[in-house]
Ligand binder design. Structure first.
Ligand code: SF4
Length: 427
């Protein structure tokens, strides 16, 4: 059967889609990149914000005409929305045939060959780590390797622990094998994935030790990891980052708020002072480290003054980039049950203020690189100029430079000659 997967949300979902692709190919099915060729259409979905869910629901609904034209076509929903909404997706009349939870993907081949499609499988499997499955990498340049699944933190606004279950770390040898395979496949850039990679633990191997063991793999030029929780970022991890030649000078460290009362309400388990001390240590140990973050505006009960603490922290720290969001209430989380929700108009106003500030900071950070030499990993042709290629620097900035398709997958030294708030222009 020809199958097509459309992936939404974070890199964990990209990695899960690679896993499902591997499972289905092993079972004799063919992956296609053109939805018109598919008899099985899978949507791997995201629940992190209401907007993300609405977008996917609209997208699935748009495809139901295909089933009218060809009743053999099946539409399946995977990922966090499948886990969160379950049977409601089947009842929604948008044309969904089956729904599969995040720990049940290895049952998809059997489901497809069964006469009666079992409609939804949603239980958490507290041991599921998809051991021994070698993902089929979708990118020809960057490899995503899942090192753990689930999250134990229960941040009060977050749906992830509710839809992905408790933390489970993969055996370090399996991670090593995946990274070796990615290197053999010619992927020079590896990103290790987990909701909280800092709490990775496989017997005596913690996250810094895992990084040390991966450092020796042939062919890999760059390693990154997402996401780090500030409460678990250890000095030994910073030491490994400082001494490694492969770990890129970049860390994504969600701050979420610059106010201690709000951080406590969010159940984040660190103070803004602790967060700032981590930034200080990182910048001291890894010169030129780029720091990116996530920040939420308008968490329930956040006052104007508390929001201004976030603005001050953004100014003090000077993130290279910040993913700014307005608080989005997710049914099932503690924060969604609160009665002191901030009105939408105020959340939007605060969000806009953060975005405007961050744009200025990011532009200044990018401009500060003019005249410097950077290493660019060429990933694609530029979308705007057919004589240019596009790639990423070690510190996770998009760079464009003159080049051709044959250079995709290679590392190039270049000099930064200009910058916008999103792109380094190099030659
Ligand atoms: S650490 Fe918090 S925000 Fe991140 S996935 Fe876990 S619960 Fe969600």
């Amino acid at each position: 059967m020809n199958f097509y997967i459309e992936t939404y949300g974070c890199q964990m979902n990209v990695a899960d889609s690679e896993l499902v692709t591997s499972l289905l190919i092993t079972a004799g099915h063919n992956v296609v990149n053109d939805i018109d060729q598919a008899e099985l259409i899978l949507f791997n979905t995201c629940s992190v914000r209401a907007h993300a869910e609405d977008r996917v629901l609209g997208r699935i609904s748009n495809e139901k005409h295909r089933k009218k034209a060809n009743p053999k076509i099946q539409i399946g929903v995977l990922g966090c929305m499948a886990q969160r909404m379950g049977k409601r997706l089947l009842d929604s009349k948008i044309g969904v045939d089956f729904v599969i939870g995040v720990d049940q993907y290895d049952r998809i081949p059997a489901l497809l060959s069964a006469k009666d499609l079992q409609p939804h499988l949603l239980d958490f499997d507290s041991t599921q780590i998809y051991q021994d499955l070698m993902p089929v990498h979708q990118s020809k340049t960057c490899g995503f390797v899942t090192i753990m699944r689930g999250c134990n933190n229960y941040c009060s606004y977050c749906i992830v622990p509710h839809v992905r279950g408790r933390e489970r770390s993969r055996p370090w040898q399996d991670v090593l094998n995946d990274v070796k395979k990615a290197g053999q496949d010619g992927l020079l850039d590896i990103t290790l994935l987990g909701q909280n990679v800092n709490s990775y633990l496989d017997n005596e191997v913690d996250f810094p030790e895992l990084l040390k063991r991966l450092e020796t793999v042939d062919n890999i030029a760059r390693m990154r990891f997402i996401t780090s929780h500030p409460k678990d970022l250890s000095d030994s991890l910073i030491d490994v980052m400082a001494s490694s030649k492969r770990i890129c000078e970049h860390i994504h460290l969600p701050m979420q708020s610059g106010n201690n009362r709000i951080l406590k309400e969010m159940n984040r388990k660190y103070t803004i002072e602790h967060y700032q001390s981590l930034i200080h240590k990182l910048r001291h140990a890894v010169p030129n480290v780029a720091i990116t973050t996530d920040i939420i505006a308008g968490y329930p009960s956040e006052t104007d003054t508390e929001f201004e603490d976030t603005i001050s922290a953004m100014k003090d720290i000077g993130f290279d980039y910040a993913f700014c969001f307005k608080y989005s209430s997710r049914e099932g989380t503690d924060a969604a049950m609160r009665t002191d929700q901030i009105p939408e108009a105020i959340r939007l106003k605060r969000l806009q203020k953060m975005i405007d500030l961050q744009r200025e900071i990011t532009l200044a950070k990018f401009r500060a690189q003019i005249g410097k030499e950077v290493e660019v990993y060429i990933e694609s042709m530029s979308k705007k100029n057919k004589d240019q290629v596009s790639g990423k620097t070690r510190d996770f900035k998009i760079a464009v430079l003159k080049g051709s398709e044959s250079e995709i997958g290679s590392l190039k030294k270049a000099t930064v000659i200009g910058a916008t708030a999103g792109t380094l222009i190099c030659q």
